[in-house]
Ligand binder design. Structure first.
Ligand code: NAD
Length: 273
């Protein structure tokens, strides 16, 4: 069984990004908008600032008060859209309930959409004409590449149908000639699907959702879930699935580190355009 290390893969990628940015003299600016003071967001943002800065990107955090109006957030996005120093914009989720995340995120111009959430970018995956791919999805694809995992003809079960992970990942896997089944909260007898899968991706956020009896021998497991159990970070796969896996991504240290690396990847792509 091989543990797929997102941490190691990211380390190599970051060295490459740093060299590319220096060599091509890319002047990249990233603006992250945060509303309020969500503790998980604080951790994610700290990492985004750290890794982007390390490779030579000029990153800034614009922190707005919890009770800021939606109108003000929209105004800020429009201003950043026009700012030539800003290559990419991230609207950190979650937002307070009075602000519509999808509506605001979709106002980020396609040319600055680091997260790949704009209608055009999401549709480009559906259309098999991929532009900016959402970071977690791109990170998973890079892990398959880094570990020489061929997707063609593979039976892949993706669990979770969110617009940021499950759906775009299913589309991207179809583009790479996998046979994809998408499961979600209303799927009946998920085991019937997972048992036949060469690759199981879980993007749900439920500890022990996938257990040993649900997977076949030598399956490949991609664990996107992030859960805190007794103060420890765990994924969606129970530990006993590891003994049946040929490859598996751990939590922490699997998909998570790749998501932040792909922010840089997407920024370089946006800048080159
Ligand atoms: P979401 O809440 O938007 O979507 C969860 C999905 O799971 C839904 O589509 C739902 O239908 C499905 N679901 C819920 N219960 C289910 C069940 N019992 N069986 C099958 N499907 C079920 O979440 P999201 O934003 O897509 O994130 C999913 C998980 O991935 C979360 O734990 C999140 O923290 C994590 N995540 C990790 C990264 C990373 O970089 N590692 C990035 C994004 C999200």
């Amino acid at each position: 069984m091989i543990i797929i290390s997102g941490t190691e893969t990211r380390k190599k990628l970051l060295e490459d990004y740093k060299k590319t940015i220096e060599k091509e003299n890319l002047d990249i600016g990233l603006s992250i908008i945060q509303v309020g003071d969500n503790p998980s967001s604080n951790t994610y943002i700290r990492n985004k600032l750290k890794y982007t800065t390390e490779v030579g990107i000029k990153s800034e955090l614009i922190k707005l008060d919890e009770d800021v109006s939606e109108e003000k957030v929209i105004k800020l996005i429009k201003k950043l859209n026009k700012d030539p120093k800003v290559t990419g914009i991230i609207l950190q989720s979650p937002l307070p309930a009075h602000i519509d995340f999808t509506k605001c995120a979709r106002l980020i111009s396609d040319e600055k959409d680091v997260d790949g959430f704009s209608e055009e970018n999401l549709f480009s995956i559906r259309d098999n004409n991929e532009k900016i791919i959402p970071c977690t999805v791109k990170g998973i694809l890079r892990l398959f590449e880094a570990y020489d995992i061929n997707l063609e003809g593979k039976n892949v079960v993706v669990i979770g149908r969110s617009n940021i992970v499950g759906r775009p990942l299913a589309d991207a896997l179809i583009n790479r000639n996998a046979t994809v089944t998408l499961c979600h909260s209303k799927t009946k007898d998920m085991k019937e699907h997972t048992k036949r899968a060469d690759i199981v991706v879980s993007a749900v956020g439920k500890p022990k959702l996938i257990t040993k009896g649900m997977v076949k021998k030598d399956f490949i497991g991609i664990d996107v879930g992030i859960n805190v159990v007794n103060g420890k970070l765990v994924g969606d796969f129970a530990k006993n699935t590891y003994e049946k896996a040929s490859f598996i991504t751990p939590v922490p240290g699997g998909v998570g580190p790749m998501t932040v690396a792909m922010i840089i990847d997407n920024l370089i792509e946006l800048k080159r355009k």
